[in-house]
Design a protein around this ligand. Structure first.
Ligand SMILES: Cc1ncc(COP(=O)(O)O)c(C=O)c1O
Length: 412
């Protein structure tokens, strides 16, 4: 298999496995496509890359060059965005259960800020009386490719319930806040085009009621991210052009008919920009014929947790066996001492042999960013393909990284 014209086998030989490889050209294409889908002469739109999806500063910088600001969920993500050259005014902090320390750091950094709750406003007011306040509103329903990534609705931990949202804005108004924004994130990994305009319309109607009640207007309305990519099985490409034009139509109609002012439309895409640009390269270590047939890989849920966490299924390619037609069902697992360390069960794949290079695709989002060192299996390196060259952008973790942080009292 080739990744942007570079042979995956050569990349694995040069940089070792497990290894994340990102195709920067693909990220640029995704960024352009999404930006043009939401372009309008009449509506001001602003795009914020959701750093949580892949927080490597080189990725953040690339997207900054493509005209994207950043959506950050922690002060450390803000630090990464600033180091990547993003201006504070192009950063939006969307936290949850924001501590006083977090809020202090955000206020010091001077970024935009979205509060997750009315109680967060109380904490913010202990630090400062801001000129502008925005709340994340839970519109009462959402969607997600998996239940766990439905970030709105009655089971979600996020946002102010929409029935109470006016109270949050009223409190801010009474505290002397003059300018307002609004935010929603109604789920992730969504491939249904209609979801986006439908949820945007719902949010705008909620804001219309708040405006009517309190006489306030909104400077921006942030519809979050959630744009899905195809992973496996029946998944299809999201028609982003349709999503963009339908959302812009709804937005225009609503700002013309509701007393919400002339807000800008904000977006916070993560997965759509980087997901399909990432490849996880891993080698087959060995086999077990047990009650089921297993092939063990040198990557596990420590490297890519999405299958263990959501039962997510990724496309899997066996290098140099792409064209084999005889397939055998197999379970692929990692080396972690947990029964959930399984990427796939009964996946039809070419006959595997020890040392085969297995490529798990669509792993540019929530891959390395969610990796960990459980069982002291250390984090892999990351390589970017930039202008046809493979460049290591994160070196493989080594045990001295661990020992550098450890204090080891000699207990008698
Ligand atoms: C507040 C917020 N914005 C943006 C995103 C990015 O979502 P996605 O990667 O689905 O575009 C998330 C993801 O959970 C989020 O919580």
């Amino acid at each position: 298999m080739q990744i942007n014209r570079l042979d995956a086998g050569e990349l694995a030989k040069k940089f070792g496995t497990p290894l994340y490889v990102y195709d920067f050209e693909r990220i640029k294409d995704n960024a352009r496509r999404l930006k043009s889908a939401f372009y309008s002469d009449e509506i001001k739109t602003a795009l914020f890359y959701s750093v949580k999806a892949n927080s490597h500063p080189a990725v953040v910088h690339l997207l900054k060059e493509c005209g994207y600001g950043c959506d950050c969920v922690s002060p450390n993500e803000i630090e990464i965005a600033l180091k990547a050259g993003v201006k504070p005014s192009d950063i939006i902090y969307v936290g949850n259960y924001e501590s006083l320390e977090d809020l202090n750091a955000v206020v010091r950094a001077g970024t935009k800020l979205v509060l997750d709750d009315i109680n967060s406003l109380d904490r913010l007011l202990r630090i400062t009386r801001p000129e502008m306040v925005s709340f994340r509103i839970n519109p009462g329903k959402g969607q997600g490719k998996y239940e766990q990534i439905n970030t709105a609705g009655i089971k979600a931990k996020f946002g102010v319930p929409h029935e109470k949202a006016w109270l949050a804005y009223e409190k801010a108004l009474k505290a002397g806040v003059k300018r307002f924004g609004a935010h929603m994130m109604a789920g992730s990994g969504i491939l249904e085009e209609e979801h986006f305009p439908r949820m945007l319309e719902l949010l705008l109607d909620i804001l219309g009621q708040i405006s009517q009640k309190l006489g306030i207007t909104f400077e921006f309305v942030d519809m979050g991210g959630g744009f899905g990519i195809p992973y496996y099985g029946d998944d299809h490409d999201l028609d982003i052009q349709q999503v963009g034009s339908e959302c812009l139509k709804v937005f225009k109609n609503k700002i013309d008919s509701l007393p919400i002012g002339k807000p800008a439309l904000h977006l916070e895409p993560g997965r759509y920009l980087v997901g399909d640009a990432g490849y996880l390269l891993t080698r087959v270590i060995g086999f077990k014929e047990s009650y089921q047939n297993f092939a063990g890989l040198d990557a596990g849920f420590n490297t890519l947790i999405r299958s263990a966490l959501y039962k997510a299924q990724h496309p899997i390619i066996v290098h140099n066996k792409e064209n084999e037609t005889e397939l055998f069902p197999i379970n692929l697992c990692g080396q972690i001492c947990e029964n959930t360390d399984i990427f796939t069960v009964g996946r039809p794949l070419p006959k595997l042999t020890e040392g085969d290079l297995v490529i798990i695709t669509q792993t540019g989002a929530y891959g390395y960013a969610m990796s960990m060192t459980y069982n002291h299996r250390l984090r892999p390196s990351e390589v970017a393909i930039i202008n046809g060259q493979a460049v290591e952008i994160t070196r493989r973790e080594v045990m001295s990284d661990y020992w550098n942080r450890i204090k080891y009292p000699k207990v008698q």
